[in-house]
Ligand binder design. Sequence first.
Ligand code: ATP
Length: 659
Amino acid sequence: MTMEPVALADPPPSTAEDAPTARQKIGMFYRAVRQPITLICLAILALQIVIALAAPLLAPYDPLQPNVQHRLESPSSAFLLGTDDLGRDTLSRLIYGTQTALIASAQSVAIGLVLGVSLGVFVGYRGGWWDRIGMRIADVMQSIPALLLALALVAVIGNGLGKAMLAVGIIFAVGFMRVARAVVLAERERLYVDAARVLGLRSSSIMFRQVLPNIAPPLIVQASIALGTALLIEATLSFLGIGVDATAVSWGSMLDASRQHVSEQPLLAIFPGAAITLSVLVFNLLGDGLRDASSPRGVGGGKRKKPAKNTAATAEAEQNGTAKAVTTAPASAPTADAAKNALLTVSGLTVTTHTGAELVSGASFHIGKGETFGLVGESGCGKSITAAAILGLLPKGVEVTGGSVQLDGTELTGLGGEALRQIRGRRVGMVFQDPISALSPVHTVGRQLTDAIRSHSGLTKQQAEERAVELLSLVGVPAPRKRLLDYPHQFSGGMAQRVVIAGALACDPELLIADEPTTALDVTIQAQVLDLLAGLRERLNMSLLLITHDLGVVADICDRVGVMYAGQVVEVNTVRGAFNQPRHPYTEALLAAMPHGANGSEALATIPGRVPPAWAWPQGCRFHPRCTYAVEECKTGFIPLDDGVRCRRAVELKLAGAK
Ligand SMILES: Nc1ncnc2c1ncn2[C@@H]1O[C@H](COP(=O)(O)OP(=O)(O)OP(=O)(O)O)[C@@H](O)[C@H]1O
């Protein structure tokens, strides 16, 4: 693969794609009101709120004042909706009933939301025992029907709508907690949460700023259903005579009063019944509409911009037009004392699952200051797990059980909390495989970059924004200031990866780890992103750990390379050395299988068999079942990494280099 030079200093001019359209600026509310049903529901709810607030002004009569001369009257100009058995004005009572219904349901849902969401986010994010205990308590609580608990509480502490709705709120909290927990459990496994951790954001910030906004859509639905349920419970309690007392009016108590006279004056039951039905319907439909609108990828105005390959390629291609030379030639070969001056030293790193399978066994390599080190191997060899172990990002149930990882003399294994946060983002940045997943879908890239910048610096919001603009220009995103307002899905794959790289550079890291940064990208863009990384490494004088299964990429931008097979580093060499005189049969096999070496006339070589799973690493040399040079002694015993190669026959074999 040959690399065209790429621009770093001068961001290319903006393109039509970069101008933020009105659509990109619209918020959730605007998207919601573009749905007719949601708009109607919002209008009805707004009307109800106005009626509730302005009840004393709107109600023509006192809703509690009996007027026996006018009992059970039909609608007339004096009493627009008629009167009840005590001569009270039905319209006035409906108006005040709206106030009671809205206040009671809002109270219980607010209690439920605050309690439930805090607990759900907490147990979901912490997991382990917190989660188990929280969920058992939730199971017990949810086995009690909300209405029953409200009735029991009223029986114990006496009548009163406030107390009953408090009980209802606590029961609702359990439902909200489940929803919040479920979303957090799913979200915390998403790449963008790992990315936020790598950027060094605090747990609380990740929980409330990154994860919580993702909970909004399901919570909105749950809250609107809960509002409807609470309204029904309030009406039921008042109907039973244990909700509002005689000093207040409720649609439930109106229904109760109508029972005796329903044959004489059916309207007495119809009006409050219709008010209850309409309100419940409004809350449910509103929930659906807001859920759709709350996602930036939602309906209507938020229609997804198709990240078509052509568009992506075109956007990237435009950049080449203003490209400026940055050399990507490998730096000089490392010397023998390079290890002593290494920025990162990984020695004997062993990573094990809780079931005992060794995913990485005694991995050792170092990366010098300003050096680009490639880690190669087939899928499943342990490259990503090694990178995750360096950054303390191992998945649950997987841990470092041996060896050490030192960053300029600081031991990273075993670090946690604030100490680890100071390393991530500030000293080590990471670029992930799939840029779109590595960015939070619910925040603009500007917000994500400024959060990352501010988490490690005392910059004000405005200063952080300026820095974000600088970073986006540095990575070649056109019209950076405008693009700060865009959401990740509005970027092409290559542009999104540039944003991720900008985030990783937010605090000038000494080491950048890029885990297959181009795998998810269109082939036309891969070379540009690699060029960008190589150029940035040189310009910012960072070290770069590049994880890839593509030896062509290694040849183009790496200084040295570590070859991994079945959880072990089997060869560490200079790129020139590995390509000209590989020392491990696996390196030779990888070189032979390189498409770049094929001239088209002969069939591409393949390595027979496949990488075994981690629980079935072979005895002796792990590569021996696939190795054409294997002899009996390769099948047993431990083979150490000796002078950069892990092979019993390393001295005697004369292996072929790249074609
Ligand atoms: N969370 C996990 N629990 C158990 N095993 C895992 C876990 N994650 C990865 N593994 C296993 O660890 C081994 C190494 O996986 P890893 O993802 O590091 O490989 P890789 O070389 O990076 O491959 P790829 O190029 O496909 O990413 C594989 O056998 C994989 O199945």
